[in-house]
Ligand binder design. Sequence first.
Ligand code: SF4
Length: 347
Amino acid sequence: MSTIYDIDKMETLRRQAAVQPHGMKRFRNALFKNGQSWDAALEVLPEEGRALFSEQIVPECLELRERHDSAVDGASKLIFQTKDGHLIESVVLRPRTGRTSICISSQVGCACYCSFCATGKMGFTRNLASAEILDQVTQANRLLKSEGRVIRNVVFMGMGEPLLNLNEVFASVDFLTAVPFFNLSGARVTVSTVGIPDAMACFTGRFPSVRLALSLHSARQEVRERLMPQARRFPLDMLRGALVNAAGNGTVMIEYLMLLGVNDGPEDLAALVEYLGDIPVHINIIPFNEYAGCSLQGTPQSGREHFANELKAAGFDTTLRYSLGSDIAAACGQLVKHKKEQMHGTG
Ligand code: SF4
């Protein structure tokens, strides 16, 4: 059986059922732009088309297992189960600025083992297929329809390192930005990476207008290695060339998670300012969601504000991000980790 993301199969069925191109366009819009259910989308097709598509297409690759809504800030965490029984997370964010966003997963678990990340403590299971990546967006749109919302921004910042699943992530970004499907502009799609220079070059070559976010978290090599083991393979000096190349398109964000006593001191600030130099980037200062099993603590808000103000004074475009979904364990991987522990009796 094929999925709704199999473009060739959908076109073959369209021809077999003699659905006119404008009818197919309405069908695609119902599925990908308007958050309609599968049954409602089928209604726009002629009758013989409905039967054929129903027989040969699987409308969903993931099963929504749980939904946790924040009581404080409009975030919702969704836990999906893949057909082979793995759990992944997505987080819907409804910021006050109005643009509904979704943070999606690209892998089951992760092989990068960042010390601050709950997903990193699970190990790696497998890559997600592009259909499984895209289904997180489609299903979130269906949930949001009753609120009159639609996903406006997609961020690859959930479980997994997207640039270690290059083919499937590239296929997903193609689908998200294609006019006939989700039709999101490159500025509305962000792919976040721990920093894999070759893959970053490949990404920016293929998608020059799509945003790339580099999880830097420290411009001091020894600190970065402690936080992110991948930094040993891809040290800061190697990463800088890829960063300069990517920033040439004006689409790079620097993610900086602030950890108390780890990367928030004057020497960290000085190293960051020196490392970034005149590279045209936007810096995002991120609060840390503390969780059981991780001894790291977040820098208090006053410390984050001071750090951000110093960066602004040094001429960097800087944003202070506020935590969303802290009451629903919105940090990447927390809920799935907890659920797996419950299932295996260790929670
Ligand atoms: S922060 Fe991202 S890359 Fe690092 S372990 Fe977690 S999911 Fe993997």
